[in-house]
Design a protein around this ligand. Structure first.
Ligand SMILES: [Zn+2]
Ligand SMILES: [Zn+2]
Length: 337
């Protein structure tokens, strides 16, 4: 058995205690319909922090976190046809869905009752190798190098699902508000503008507003500022109930607010007048394969630039600490090769 290295979480603890341990693990073997991946790099996500610290209930312990995996296929298991040895692929949060439950049958595999999630219910990408389901890995467009591709696989893909759910992509025009301007929003603004939407960015911090304007926003200001225009749709990335209310206030008749965060602080008071005239609210959970594949294509077409900070695999705790304490510029990526 070949021995290889991984950052393994044995016990959930505050990230300052360095709960991820640099460990020897056995090289996994691909089963039927699976592929063995030689991991090149893996993005670091806030969800990994929640898994490490125990905000998310453990499904499997010990676990190797990481669900923004860029890898090359080293071996294919029996029955694998679409994917070949040597292909460069990405593995996102959705590791597998059942295809049979009522959600899967409706095209909502992101809500699958039996879904497996990468780096949460199954070992993920903070390692030299992993096994993935051949039907759930996604080709990475040549436009992206390994490391800049990693953040696309979670923050980018979730943001893209939120963008789809606004309904504006089908219309190919309209005014879109982005509330909060972190790494997910800075990928999505580039795709939204490329698709013909007018984007207005609401974020605190002048640097972020400046960055939004550089990326092509029509206007940037604070969430509490008056919007220059009524918005056809808004995506709320900031995990704060009051920001959601600010977004609703700026929405045009028949408009929709999409909530892209996993958490949100409670909404203090919601006046019905803000929802009146057919305004809608929708949250986003996980991603489908279609979201990831379509987004990777759109991102390459729009020439999306991601901003990254690179860490060694061994320094995953440090990367998560920096994420927790807001010390990161862009997204953290663990380099493995
Ligand atoms: Zn994630
Ligand atoms: Zn299902």
């Amino acid at each position: 058995m070949t021995i290889l290295k991984a950052m393994v979480l044995y016990k959930q603890e505050p990230i300052e205690n360095n709960p991820l341990i640099y460990s020897d693990i056995d090289k996994p073997e691909p089963g039927h319909g699976e592929v063995l991946l030689r991991i090149r790099c893996c993005g670091v996500c806030r969800t990994d922090l929640h898994i490490a610290e125990g905000d998310l209930r453990p499904i499997k312990l010990p676990i190797i976190p990481g669900h923004q995996v860029v890898a090359t296929v080293e071996e294919v298991g029996e029955g694998v046809q679409e994917v070949r040895k040597g292909d460069r692929v990405g593995v996102p949060w959705l590791y597998w869905s059942c295809g049979r439950c009522k959600y899967c049958r409706r095209g909502l595999e992101n809500l699958c009752d039996n879904a497996l999630f990468t780096g949460y219910s199954v070992d993920g990408g903070y390692a030299e190798y992993m096994v993935a389901k051949a039907d759930f890995v996604h080709p990475i467009p040549g436009f992206f190098d390994d490391r800049h591709a990693a953040p696309l696989l979670c923050g980018g893909a979730i943001g893209y699902r939120a963008l789809r759910l606004t309904g504006l992509l089908e219309r190919g025009e309209g005014s879109l508000g982005l509330f909060g301007f972190g790494s997910s929003a800075h990928m999505i603004i580039q795709v939204a503008i490329n698709k013909g939407l007018d984007v207005y960015v609401f974020t605190r911090g002048e640097q972020r507003q400046e960055h939004a304007l550089q990326l092509g926003a029509k206007w940037a200001g604070k969430p509490t500022d008056e919007s220059p225009i009524k918005l056809d749709a808004a995506i709320v990335f900031a995990p704060a109930g009051w920001v959601f209310i600010e977004a609703l206030k700026k929405l045009d008749k028949g408009g929709r607010v999409v909530l892209a965060g996993i958490y949100m602080s409670p909404v203090e008071k919601l006046e019905y007048s803000l929802l009146w005239l057919e305004r809608e609210v929708k949250s986003v959970a996980n991603v489908t394969r279609e979201d990831v594949r379509e987004f990777l294509k759109e991102a390459a077409q729009a020439g999306v630039r991601t901003e990254i900070t690179i860490y060694d695999l061994k320094d995953a705790n440090k990367a998560l600490q920096d994420l927790k304490h807001g010390k990161l510029k862009g997204s953290a990526v663990l380099k493995i090769i």
